[in-house]
Design a protein around this ligand. Structure first.
Ligand SMILES: N=c1c2ncn([C@@H]3O[C@H](COP(=O)(O)OP(=O)(O)OP(=O)(O)O)[C@@H](O)[C@H]3O)c2ncn1[C@@H]1O[C@H](COP(=O)(O)O)[C@@H](O)[C@H]1O
Length: 94
């Protein structure tokens, strides 16, 4: 899972830098940090709703949406995957 997320994060950084036509990532980021933050919240709610009323496949799909939007949110807030993993490591009870 981590390798896929790291690969996706690199793609997202590339889209934010090059802003290719048709890129959902570039379009999303162009709407500003506030919009991306709201989208992140929306995707979290969609995952919660899926867990309350839908099947496992739908939960997986909504969590994939959530992780993608979280990575875009991280990128536009200049937070790397390493930043978050370092914080998570620091919290781990040995
Ligand atoms: N993993 C994703 C991914 N998951 C979800 N989404 C998009 O996120 C949106 C999901 O939000 P919604 O459910 O609200 O659907 P929506 O109503 O169309 O979205 P909004 O118009 O409300 O923003 C959909 O439009 C999906 O296309 C993603 N878009 C892109 N990626 C990855 O990011 C890469 C770069 O994508 P582009 O920037 O489009 O090249 C792709 O190669 C993929 O690997």
């Amino acid at each position: 899972m981590c390798e896929t997320i790291e690969k996706l994060y690199k793609i997202i950084l590339d889209r934010l830098e090059k802003k290719p036509v048709g890129s959902y990532t570039a379009q999303l980021a162009s709407k500003g940090r506030g919009y991306v933050a709201r989208k992140l919240g929306e995707e979290a709610v969609e995952a919660i709703v899926a867990s309350l009323s839908e099947d496992r496949k739908r939960i997986v799909e909504e969590l994939a949406d959530l992780i993608y939007h979280m990575l875009v949110f991280m990128a536009i807030n200049n937070v790397s995957i390493d930043d978050v993993c370092t914080e998570l490591e620091a919290r781990m009870k040995k």
